[in-house]
Structures are given as structure tokens and as C-alpha cells.
Design a binder for this molecule. Structure first.
Ligand code: 4AD
Ligand code: MG
Length: 483
């Protein structure tokens, strides 16, 4: 169905076959004896070269074949004498679908900066770098669904519009149809959300977890994979305002089972990319090596495929938050006051602390567990200090990756109704808004666990890209929602 893809031709070419190619021009080169046109349809990193004889194409056609133009090329596959390709197309006919005026077309056959490409996000998928990233992103998304499907998990679609703040961090985008210029007011003069579309305050979801838990309390093993939204005003290379999250939730899983699943899951999907995205990963590895040429040898990153292999082949380091604090307080940067943020038991670890543990101390991915309850969400299971006596920590787990920091956050969930209700009060949530969530602890409660993997952080790790804005087709971040 549809036209033949260049990927198919490059992988399995039959010399002598007639083909019709639909693709965009990457470059055109004219010599005395021939016109060479490099074509790319995005199905692969590789271009297909079309060769025409001089005089075969009219002056007008020839002039319109420029970088960015879109063509239909009818011809025959012949063996190629050029380096790096086994076949090329001997042109019989060319039809021009769309021209691209070279004075206006912003993409030239040269290297553009990533910052510039962000300004032309509508065209950047046509570059080698973004083509590679988008194909790898696709492969990883497919691998996620395959991983869970193969293991008996059900894909649960959590709502995008919710009335709750699952993480309790208050970083929500409001959803409303009220007229912002003259909103209805109640007797106290406050905006009356009873008049709003849903009859209450609603927002874009920050996480599908709470609904995921409802699913797990019936289907046992579910996962969500959808967009999530956070209005945190952080202009970092690891935060987006709109990102995709994968959230598995499993009944009858305790913290250890949760860690085992998280580790196996990320290793498996990275392994899938290593196996199925060889050309694109090779390209990105060379690109990274080029960028690092200016750095001294000892500061250069591990080659991309080596780094991915290393993560797939080695066990992650597992330790408690308390043990991590101990390592940090004994560390050189702490003693020499090199950390910007102070370290003591109870702090929320900053990215400099996480990076020290992962990149300097252990030199591999780390799973940190049992964080102080004061810095974690209300739904995490409280650790016992003694049997029946709630302690100061919760059964949380964060998976930390080199160059990325936190890639997964999760926990065993509090399944005890009374303890959970106490936590809800402790963090100042109105239990009336969460009655449906609390009821799962009243009716057939069960131990259960889950976690959230930030999909873009995974894609960032696999592609080796420095900025998360470059691994999603149309990034959303403060002051930017253009495309
Ligand atoms: O640690 P977080 O906030 O955990 C949750 O949302 C839980 N409800 C997950 C669960 O247990 N089901 O977020 C999970 C992951 C982080 O580890 C990070 O990878 C990613 O989501 N993440 C972001 N990615 C990009 N931009 C942001 N602003 C992100 N915030 C979190
Ligand atoms: Mg987290």
C-alpha cells in the first residue's frame, strides 16, 4: 500500500527493478556527465541517489530541484558506483510536487545549531539528526507497549483532564471554559467554578497514577502511557511542561518487585533500541564524537552504544536514601564545600547530589529507596519503625541515570485506609476530593506498587542528546508553544 519506502530499497534492492520514489531533495550536484540528486523520505537515515543525464531534464525542472523540494521520481534501480550505496535510481521521469525557494528555505545542506533548529521545529524533522531521534523515539514507544503486552499488563487510558493533583505539588495547568474577562463570582466574590464546564475546578493531569491504581485494583497489572503536564517554571535541559509518562501499576507487588520490574523494563527497551536502531544510533554516536572533539580526552563521554550496552549489561546499584546521605556527607565535594546545596538527612536531593552518586561514586545507574516521608507524595507506603509503628521514611524508589538524573520515580503504595487518610490530612489534601481513591483502600485493598518513567528522559538517554527539548517533536516549555 502506498509508495515504496527508501528504507525497503536500501535494505533489499533488486537491480533492474522499476521504482517510483516520493521524497524530498537533500542535495543536488551537477557534473558534465550527470545530475545527482540525493533523496530522503524519512524512512531511513540513508539517502537514495537519483541520477539523470544532462539534457534529460528541462532547464526549468532542473532549476526547481533544490534542497527541500519534494519530488516523484520514476526510474530503474541500477548498481551504484558511488561510495556508501549499493544501488541508485536511473531517472526516467521527474515530477515536482513542491518547490523550495533556496532564498527562503531555512535548511541548508550543512550543520545547523540545535538552538536554530528549535526555532524551525516545523522543518527540523527533515534533518538527519531529528530524523534519527524521531525514529528512535518511535522504536522506544513500540518497545514499551511490547514489553508490557508480553508480560500480561493492560494498557489503561488515564484521563488527561482531572480534578486532582496526584503529586500534590500544585504545578497544574487549569482547564476552563469560563470567560476570563468576566468570570462568574460566588457570594464571597470568588470565581464560581460551579458555573464552569465540569462544574468544578479542573486541570491537565500531572500523572495518571491515581487512576492507574484503580485499574490495578481490578486488572492486577496495568500501565498508562500518555501525555502529562506540569507548570513548573524550570528552564532546565531535563524539564518539559508537556511530557509523556509510562506508569505501570501492579497489585501484589512490593517495593523489591517494583525495583526489579523497573530495572528489567528500562534495560529491555534500551536493548530493543540497540538491536533495531543500529544506523540511527551509529549516526548519533558519530555526531556526539564530533561535538566532543574539542574536549580533553578524559572529559569526553563514553561512546553512545558503549554507554547503552553498559547499562543493559550491569546490575543497577540499590541503596537507601539514608545510605546515600552517608556517602554524600563523607564525599570530597561535601568536605570541600563544592556542593551548592547543603547535605543532611531530610533534604530533597539536588541534581548535583544525584549526579555525584551516579557519575562519580558508583559510575552506574542507581536505585535509591526509603526516602523521608516529608519530601515524598502522600500515597507512598509508610515504613514501620517497629511493627505497627509508623517511621520517618516511605517505600519510595527513584532510579537515577548518568547524565540524566532521575529517570523513574515510584513507590509501594499505602494500602492501609487509616494510615493513608492520616497522610492525606498531613499534607493538607481535602479527602472529599479523593473519596474515590480512598475507597479502593476500603473495598478489597491489596498491597500494590508502581512507578513513572519519563519517556523524554529515556529518549534523551538513548539518543545522547543534551537537551530534552530536542527529543520531542514539538516541545512545550516556559514561553514556548509556537508549533
Ligand atoms: O517522580 P514523578 O513526579 O512521579 C510521578 O509522577 C508518579 N505519579 C509516578 C508513579 O509512581 N506512577 O515523575 C515521574 C518521572 C520522573 O522520574 C521523570 O523521569 C519524569 O517523570 N518527569 C519529567 N520529565 C520531563 N519533564 C518534567 N517536567 C518532568 N517531571 C517528571
Ligand atoms: Mg520524582
Amino acid at each position: 500500500m502506498g509508495p515504496i519506502q527508501i528504507k525497503k530499497i536500501v535494505e533489499n534492492a533488486h537491480v533492474g527493478e522499476s521504482v517510483t520514489i516520493h521524497a524530498w531533495v537533500r542535495t543536488k550536484r551537477e557534473s558534465k556527465n550527470a545530475v545527482f540528486i540525493a533523496l530522503n523520505d524519512g524512512s531511513t537515515l540513508h539517502n537514495l541517489q537519483a541520477v539523470a543525464e544532462p539534457g534529460q531534464l528541462s532547464e526549468a525542472t532542473l532549476r526547481q530541484i533544490t534542497t527541500g523540494a519534494c519530488l516523484k521520481v520514476i526510474g530503474t534501480l541500477v548498481e551504484s558506483l558511488g561510495a556508501g550505496q549499493s544501488v541508485e535510481v536511473r531517472v526516467q521521469e521527474i515530477h515536482i510536487y513542491g518547490t523550495a525557494d533556496p532564498d527562503e528555505y531555512p535548511l541548508q545542506p550543512k550543520k545547523h545549531s540545535l538552538e536554530f533548529l528549535r526555532e524551525i521545529a516545523h522543518l527540523r524533522p527533515r534533518t538527519n539528526t531529528f530524523g534519527a531521534i524521531l525514529r528512535i523515539r518511535h522504536a522506544l514507544a513500540f518497545a514499551v507497549h511490547k514489553y508490557y503486552n508480553d508480560r500480561g499488563f493492560f494498557y489503561l487510558h488515564a484521563p488527561v483532564i482531572t480534578a486532582s493533583d496526584a503529586e500534590g505539588a500544585g504545578e497544574m495547568f487549569r482547564v476552563t471554559t469560563l470567560d476570563m474577562n468576566k468570570p462568574p463570582r460566588d457570594e464571597a466574590g470568588k470565581i464560581d467554578y460551579k458555573e464552569d464546564f465540569f462544574g468544578r475546578e479542573t486541570n491537565l493531569t500531572v500523572s495518571g497514577q491515581l487512576e492507574g491504581e484503580l485499574g490495578a485494583m481490578a486488572l492486577s497489572k496495568i500501565y498508562t502511557f500518555g501525555p502529562t503536564f506540569r507548570a513548573e517554571n524550570s528552564n532546565t535541559t531535563r524539564h518539559l511542561a508537556e511530557f509523556w509518562m509510562i506508569e505501570p501499576e501492579m497489585a501484589f507487588f512490593e517495593l523489591k518487585d517494583n525495583m526489579d520490574l523497573a530495572e528489567d523494563f528500562v534495560k529491555s527497551v534500551i536493548g530493543y533500541a540497540l538491536e533495531h536502531c543500529v544506523d540511527d544510533l551509529d549516526f548519533l554516536e558519530k555526531r556526539q564524537a564530533d561535538e566532543e572533539k574539542s574536549k580533553p580526552q578524559q572529559e569526553r563521554a563514553m561512546p553512545l552504544s558503549e554507554k547503552l550496552r553498559f547499562v543493559v549489561d550491569n546490575p543497577f546499584e540499590r541503596l537507601t536514601y539514608t545510605e546515600a546521605i552517608d556517602i554524600l556527607t563523607k564525599s570530597k565535594p561535601h568536605k570541600e564545600k563544592k556542593f551548592q546545596y547543603h547535605v543532611e538527612w531530610g533534604i530533597d536531593l539536588q541534581s548535583e547530589h544525584e549526579r555525584y552518586l551516579v557519575e562519580k561514586h558508583f559510575k552506574k545507574p542507581v536505585i535509591l529507596t526509603n526516602y523521608p516521608r516529608a519530601i515524598k507524595s502522600f500515597y507512598m507506603k509508610v515504613d514501620d519503625a517497629a511493627p505497627g509503628v509508623p517511621g520517618p521514611t516511605v517505600r519510595a524508589m527513584d532510579v537515577l541515570f548518568p547524565g540524566i538524573g532521575e529517570i523513574i520515580g515510584g513507590s509501594q503504595r499505602e494500602e492501609n485506609y487509616d494510615v493513608l487518610l492520616e497522610r492525606v490530612h498531613e499534607v493538607g489534601i481535602d479527602p472529599e476530593n479523593l473519596w474515590w481513591y480512598l475507597e479502593t483502600r476500603k473495598f478489597g485493598t491489596a498491597p500494590h506498587s508502581g512507578f513513572g518513567l519519563g519517556f523524554e528522559r529515556l529518549v534523551q538517554f538513548v539518543t545522547g542528546m543534551g537537551n530534552i527539548r530536542d527529543v520531542i517533536p514539538f516541545p512545550r516549555y516556559p514561553k514556548s508553544a509556537e508549533f
